[in-house]
Write a protein that binds this ligand. Structure first.
Ligand code: PBG
Length: 430
C-alpha cells in the first residue's frame, strides 16, 4: 500500500531527515531517503513522496527452521543464539594520561554524541518559508551587477525580476520585498514619485501579481529612493527632517502600493506615529487586509553602506541619526515597540540583524507579535567577501548566521541570501 503526498506548488520537501543537520554545518552520516519522483501536472514541476507502509508482505510470514516456542525454550535453557561481540574499547593514542574518570552527574556531551541524537535535540529550525527575499529593481532591461554586493543585481522589472522570483518560488521562497532604483530626474525634495500609481514599484507589483497571484509582496515605505536629498523624509532648509509632513507622504505611498496589490507595507523611515497614520489611511481606502511590518528598531548603522550604493541613495548631506536609533541603545527599542504595537503594527522588525541579536531577543520576549530580522547589505557583503578571500566557508557561515537570527527569536528573515540559502536547504548545491 502506498500513499502519495503531493507537494505543490513549491517543491520543498515537507519531510526532512538527517539532512537538516547540514544547515548547521554538519554533514549527514546516514541517508534517510523517501521514494521521490517528479511528475509534471499541467506543465508544473511537482515532487512526489511515495511512502510505502508495507513492502509486498501481505501479512505472510516467512517460515524458518525453529518455531517461536523452540527459540524461547533454547534461550531459557541457556543456549542463546550468537550475536556479534561487544566491540573492543577504542584505543587512545600512546601517551594519553591514565586517570580516574571524573564523577560527573551530568555530561552534556552525551546528548551530542551522534548525528541522530543531535537532530533529536535541535531546538531551532529554519526553512525557506522563513525568508523574505529583498530585490532591487530598475527601469532598465538588463540586470546590472551591484559592485558592493557580489551576486546581487539591479533587476529589470519586466524580465530579470520575474525570472528571479520564479527561481525563488522553486525552492520555497514565496515572499519578496521590493527596492526601486529611481531615475534622478524623478527625485524631488518631497519625494512625490513615491505615490505615483504608475511608478516603478506599483507597476512591478501589478506585473508580479498577474503572474504569481499567491506571491507575498512586501514593500518599502520611505522617501529615500525618491528624495533628491537621499533622506527618508522631507528636509527643512535648516536640515531638520520634518516628521508629520513626511508621514503624510508615507500614507499616500502606502495606499498607492496597497492599490497595486501589495500584501505587506513596511515603513522603514523611523518617523514618529507613522504606523497608526498608515493604518488609518489604508483602512479609509478599504485596505483592511493589507498588513504593516514596522521597522520598529532600525539603527543608524554603517552596515547599510552597500545598499545605499545599490540604490544610489546616500544622504546628500548629514546622516540619519535624528530618526534612526543610536546603536548604543537597548531600552529605547522598547519605546518604539510599544508605540508600534499600540498603533497596530502586524510585524515588528529589527535591523540590522546579527549585530543586534539582543534586540531581536528583547522584542521576542516583550511582544506577542511576529518578529522580523533584516540581515542587511553590509552583513551580506562581509560574508561574501570572506568567502571570496577563502577566509571563511561562505555557505556554512551563511547558514549559521541565519540559524542564529532564528535562535534569537526572528520568525522571518529579510536576507539577500534567501535564494542561495533556500537552495542549500533543499539540498541543491550550485
Ligand atoms: C531606507 C532603507 C535602507 C535599507 C532598507 N531601507 C537604508 C537606509 O536606511 O539608509 C538598508 C538595507 C540594507 O542595508 O540591506 N529606507
Amino acid at each position: 500500500m502506498a500513499s502519495t503526498i503531493v507537494n505543490a506548488p513549491c517543491t520543498v520537501p515537507s519531510v526532512k531527515g538527517f539532512d537538516t543537520l547540514y544547515y548547521v554545518g554538519l554533514r549527514p552520516t546516514s541517508t534517510l531517503r523517501f521514494n521521490s519522483g517528479r511528475t509534471s501536472i499541467s506543465g508544473r514541476s511537482q515532487r512526489l513522496f511515495v511512502v510505502r507502509a508495507s513492502e509486498r508482505h501481505d501479512g505472510h510470514v516467512k517460515k524458518i527452521e525453529m518455531s517461536i516456542e523452540e527459540c524461547e525454550a533454547a534461550v531459557v535453557a541457556g543456549n542463546a543464539p550468537e550475536a556479534p561481540p561487544v566491540p573492543p574499547k577504542p584505543a587512545a593514542p600512546v601517551g594519553t594520561p591514565v586517570i580516574q574518570p571524573f564523577q560527573l552527574s551530568r555530561r552534556p556531551r552525551r546528548n551530542r554524541k551522534s548525528p541522530a541524537l543531535r537532530a533529536s535535540f535541535q531546538e531551532t529550525s529554519i526553512s525557506p518559508a522563513n525568508f523574505v527575499y529583498p530585490l532591487f529593481i530598475h527601469e532598465g532591461q538588463e540586470d546590472t551587477p551591484i559592485g558592493a554586493m557580489p551576486g546581487c543585481y539591479r533587476l529589470g522589472w519586466r524580465h530579470g525580476l520575474v525570472e528571479e522570483v520564479a527561481k525563488a518560488r522553486d525552492v520555497g521562497v514565496n515572499s519578496i520585498v521590493l527596492f526601486p532604483k529611481v531615475p534622478d530626474a524623478l527625485k524631488s525634495p518631497t519625494g512625490d514619485e513615491a505615490y505615483n500609481d504608475n511608478g516603478l514599484v506599483p507597476r512591478t507589483i501589478r506585473l508580479l501579481k498577474d503572474k504569481y497571484p499567491d506571491l507575498v509582496i512586501y514593500t518599502d515605505v520611505a522617501l529615500d529612493p525618491y528624495s533628491s536629498d537621499g533622506h527618508d523624509g522631507i528636509v527643512r532648509e535648516d536640515g531638520v527632517i520634518m516628521n508629520d509632513e513626511t508621514v503624510h507622504q508615507l500614507c499616500k505611498q502606502a495606499v498607492s502600493q496597497a492599490r497595486a496589490g501589495a500584501d505587506v507595507v513596511s515603513p522603514s523611515d523611523m518617523m514618529d506615529g507613522r504606523v497608526g497614520a498608515i493604518r488609518d489611511a489604508l483602512d479609509a481606502e478599504g485596505f483592511h487586509h493589507v498588513s504593516i511590518m514596522s521597522y520598529t528598531a532600525k539603527y543608524a548603522s554603517s552596515f547599510y553602506g552597500p545598499f545605499r550604493e545599490a540604490l544610489d541613495s546616500n544622504p546628500r548631506f548629514g546622516d540619519k541619526k535624528t530618526y534612526q536609533m543610536n546603536p548604543a541603545n537597548y531600552r529605547e527599542a522598547l519605546v518604539e515597540a510599544h508605540e508600534d504595537e499600540a498603533e497596530g503594527a502586524d510585524i515588528l522588525l529589527v535591523k540590522p540583524g546579527l549585530p543586534y541579536l539582543d534586540i531581536i531577543r528583547l522584542l521576542r520576549d516583550e511582544s506577542p507579535l511576529p518578529i522580523a530580522a533584516y540581515q542587511v547589505s553590509g552583513e551580506y557583503s562581509m560574508i561574501k567577501a570572506g568567502g571570496v578571500l577563502k577566509m571563511i566557508d561562505e555557505e556554512r557561515v551563511m547558514m549559521e548566521s541565519l540559524m542564529c537570527l532564528r535562535r534569537a527569536g526572528a520568525d522571518i528573515i529579510l536576507t539577500y541570501f534567501a535564494l542561495q540559502a533556500a537552495r542549500c536547504l533543499c539540498g541543491e548545491k550550485r
